[in-house]
Write a protein that binds this ligand. Structure first.
Ligand SMILES: O=C(O)CCC(=O)C(=O)O
Ligand SMILES: [Fe+2]
Length: 285
């Protein structure tokens, strides 16, 4: 029988949260934000969620909608991405990297009747690269936009499995549900085994998955194309840097003649430079 996921109060420090993550691979911080914040995200995202089809495969979930592009579509999500407790925790967990960045932003809506997702490690997205045991490539959050209950499909976690062998197969009974009230947040590493739960209720379970990884890996959601340039230009530098408009390490991510991507974005006028000259978008040389 798996042990339960620890809960910490909303005033917990990032150090306390990252210590719990180090011990178990996951932790819940109860009611870190109010219902109004979650409702604002829900409201801003409603038309996009409405238009999102089911994932179309077994892993993504046929009765699960995954709606991304949050930075462009939901101003409130930007605050959550930069939430000091969340970001402080992420920076602790990924402190070994020169920089961390946003990996993906996604509202996950699990409809009644959905079956449980296979228990997995999120870091398998990196083409199953076998990261050394104890090395964290990513740090994730799922914010509860509705209450998360075992019945409605709360994320299921195998606490402690972040230090286990890679490519393990766990059954649902090895895992415990991350039950939490709306406004709470589940932190979990890329290495801890987990999965979306089966929804046996008659309501949609909705979670806001905001994940972060080390700056030298590829991002799961392409932030440069998910957030149009004209929106990106209106964002603060610290959010842009977190999106990837920064050097991921000494020489990673520069633009042409070793220019910093943030400088290029700030200086750009919708034109693309090429070979020392400047061409307009949509034209050829
Ligand atoms: O929706 C959830 O509770 C978790 C989903 C998940 O783990 C995933 O899509 O990788
Ligand atoms: Fe996952």
């Amino acid at each position: 029988m798996a042990t339960d996921i620890q809960h910490l109060p909303s005033h917990a420090t990032s150090d306390e949260i990252s210590a719990a993550i180090d011990a178990d691979g996951a932790v819940i911080v109860d009611e870190l934000v109010g219902h109004d914040v979650m409702d604002r995200v829900g409201h801003e995202m409603a038309p996009f969620i409405e238009a999102t089809k089911g994932s179309g495969d077994d892993f993504g979930g046929h009765l699960t909608q995954r709606t991304g592009g949050l930075i462009a579509r939901s101003e409130t999500s930007r605050e959550l991405l930069m939430h000091p407790t969340a970001l402080g925790t992420v920076n602790n967990v990924l402190a070994h990297a020169k920089r961390c960045q946003i990996h993906l932003t996604q509202v996950i809506s699990i409809s009644p009747g959905e079956t449980a997702q296979d228990i997995h490690r999120d870091q398998w997205a990196f083409d199953f690269f076998p990261f050394p045991n104890g090395f964290e490539a990513q740090c994730n959050t799922i914010w509860a936009m509705t209450d998360f209950t075992e019945e409605n499909g709360a994320t299921r976690v195998v606490p402690g499995s972040h230090r286990g062998e890679d490519r393990q197969r766990f059954s649902q009974s090895d895992s415990v549900p991350a039950e939490m009230a709306k406004g709470s947040v589940l932190f979990y590493t890329g290495s801890v085994y987990h999965g979306g739960g089966a929804n046996r209720s008659d309501e949609v379970r909705q979670g806001l998955n905001l994940t972060y990884n080390v700056g030298w890996l590829r991002q799961e959601e392409n932030q440069y194309l998910s957030v149009p340039f004209e929106v990106a230009r209106t964002l603060d530098d610290d959010l842009l840097e977190l999106m990837g408009y920064a050097m991921g390490a000494y020489a990673l991510g520069y633009v042409d003649d070793l220019r910093n991507p943030l400088d290029v974005l700030r200086q750009s006028t919708g034109e693309t430079s090429l070979g020392g000259g400047v061409i307009r978008e949509g034209t050829t040389r």
